[in-house]
Design a protein around this ligand. Structure first.
Ligand SMILES: *Cc1c(COP(=O)(O)O)cnc(C)c1O
Length: 414
């Protein structure tokens, strides 16, 4: 690369990724093929509109690649319609709100402190300024069970137009049927924001909300799906909803689609259709269970009491007296990247909460199995217990580096 400054930064990031262990549950590594498509000449092309109805000429290949992405993702999720143009997860959600609601309408979503996402109604977001968000919660943070009775009560009282299932810091299984039942009772549309677990659903390892009658699924493509940074909106069967969503993305909130990203999405969706990918998804779940076992043995409190998916939310302040921020910082020092996270009923502030959140999607892509995941969980706990012991931390860092070297980030899709 001619630009030595940027080249140096890319090399630095490559090294950082290669030497550390990535436990942030929303991150992953794409294959060389996804990277190649994402860096392709499709980035030069304007394609406002949809395949067969564009506002610019020269669409022979863009039309084909977007159709391919749509066809593949519809097959993976067993649905009729897909919009593969959302630039990311947040705009995908905004587009659904704009498509199906009018300003002032009510939306029911999971409380942020119980695992929901910012885009499900945090007061700082644009959607929260336009629509009225009400929330449901867990009945008991130690089992993770959602309070469906209260959800129904809130729904009957507030008459939401849209009910959202989905989370970014929740580790248990949602009962999608209950959501649909409540939605039918109050005449709401159902949307599942599957950003975190889309890949596990695509692989058939976790339940598909469409099988229980959900109307719409939104997702990112870069988390467990192992694609480029991006978003998607899927519609189970309603052409009316799908048409509104298409208009809402373009010209509603976006201009030209990023065709290079759509090409990379098509590649990732193709990879997600293979038996190798199914095996990967299964291993992600097994690996999370392996880590759960180590935490339980060490009596570290997990929100939800454990995990059914790829992530664990641990109350490190309550269990070890280490704050979330301290944990994040000290783990960074030994080469483990994860994030601090508020927990349900947290008495601490969001910038230094009681919890940490971590997961297995990225290390599983690297080839980690149960044995290595147990070791990582043990090293993680050991680091927290010895957070002021410099010698100990140095030795753990060495061990992490050796482990990372032994499992290089794969270039080919495996
Ligand atoms: C990650 C995430 C998003 C947002 O995706 P971005 O690509 O960061 O905009 C939305 N919803 C949920 C549940 C998420 O986990």
């Amino acid at each position: 690369m001619r630009d030595k400054l940027v080249e140096k930064l890319i090399k630095g990031e490559e090294k950082r990724q290669a030497e550390g262990l990535e436990l942030i549950p929303s991150e992953n590594y794409v294959s060389e093929d996804v990277l190649r498509a994402n860096g392709s000449v499709f980035t030069n092309k304007y394609s406002e509109g949809y395949p067969g109805r564009r506002y610019y000429g020269g669409q022979d290949f863009t039309d084909q690649v977007e159709r391919l992405a749509i066809e593949r993702i519809c097959k993976l999720f067993k649905c009729k319609f897909a919009n593969v143009q959302p630039h990311s997860g947040a705009p995908a959600n905004l587009a659904v709100y704009a498509a199906l609601l009018v300003p002032g309408d009510t939306v029911l979503g999971l409380d942020l402190s119980h695992g929901g996402h910012l885009t499900h109604g945090h007061p700082m977001t644009l959607p929260a300024k336009i629509y009225k968000f009400v929330t449901y919660k867990m009945k008991n943070p130690d089992t993770g069970e959602i309070d469906y009775e209260d959800m129904r009560k809130v729904a009957l009282e507030t008459k939401p137009k849209l009910i959202i299932a989905g989370f970014s810091a929740y580790s248990r299984t949602l009962d999608y049927k209950k959501f649909v039942e409540i939605a039918h009772e109050v005449g709401a549309i159902t949307m599942a924001d599957m950003a975190h677990i889309a890949g596990l659903i695509a692989a058939g390892e976790l339940r598909n909300p469409f099988d229980d009658g959900f109307d719409v699924i939104t997702s990112t493509t870069h988390k467990t799906l192992r694609g480029p940074r991006g978003g998607i909106i899927l519609t189970r069967e309603s052409e009316e909803i799908a048409k509104k969503i298409d208009k809402s993305i373009f010209p509603g909130i976006q201009g030209g689609p990023h065709m290079h990203t759509i090409a990379a999405k098509a590649v990732a969706f193709g990879e997600a259709m293979t038996p190798k990918y199914k095996k990967y998804a299964r291993q992600v779940l097994k690996n999370a269970k392996a880590m759960e076992g180590v935490l339980r043995k060490n009596k570290i409190r997990m929100i939800g009491g454990g995990t059914d998916n790829h992530l664990i939310l641990a109350d490190v302040f309550g269990s070890l007296g280490v704050t979330g921020k301290e944990a994040q910082t000290v783990l960074d020092e030994v080469g483990i990247t994860l994030n601090m996270n508020s927990i349900a009923g947290d008495t601490r502030k969001p910038l230094d909460p009681s919890g940490i959140r971590f997961g297995t999607p990225a290390i599983t892509t690297r080839g980690f199995k149960g044995k290595e995941c147990k070791l990582v969980a043990e090293l993680l706990i050991e680091t927290l217990k010895n957070k002021d012991n410099k010698k100990m931390k140095e030795s753990i860092h060495k061990e992490i580096k050796t482990l990372a070297k032994k499992f290089p980030i794969p270039k080919k899709f495996v």
